[in-house]
Design a protein. Structure first.
Length: 134
């Protein structure tokens, strides 16, 4: 999410070495990107954490329709907050197309990170079992 914040600042014209704005449209876009990034990461995380050991491709995406419904509602609510009229109420800034593209990678990245963690945990568990005294 910090990467999303910095990316939104960069899209707004900020460059390393310059002071980061603490207000204004660039700051609002960065905080909006952070909020949307949290939502996207939560969606990826809930899909991935349905099992503590099995990867998402073994579980399947459609095995828990209530989780999918919850993610759908979460994404709809998040999108509603970013609509121009509601964005002003919540002090948010509409995101640019390239920010949406970057944001779309957050959920899959969470799934990949959690899948990697699970794979490492499984390998470590097998090694412990193989080296345990009989």
């Amino acid at each position: 999410m910090l990467g999303g914040y910095v990316f939104a600042m960069w899209c707004g014209g900020w460059r390393p070495g310059q002071p980061m704005p603490a207000a204004g449209p660039i700051y609002l876009a960065a905080t909006t990107m952070t909020l949307a990034g949290i939502v996207a990461c939560q969606a990826g995380n809930v899909l991935s954490c349905r099992s503590s050991t099995q990867p998402i491709w073994r579980l399947g995406l459609t095995t828990n329709p209530m989780v999918l419904a919850g993610i759908g509602l979460e994404l709809l609510a998040s999108r509603a907050h970013l609509h121009r009229s509601l964005a002003r109420i919540f002090s948010l800034e509409p995101l640019q197309a390239r920010q949406w593209i970057v944001l779309a990678t957050f959920g899959p990245l969470m799934i990949a990170f959690e899948g990697t963690r699970k794979a490492i945990t499984r390998r470590m568990g097998r090694r412990r079992l193989a080296s345990a005294p009989a």
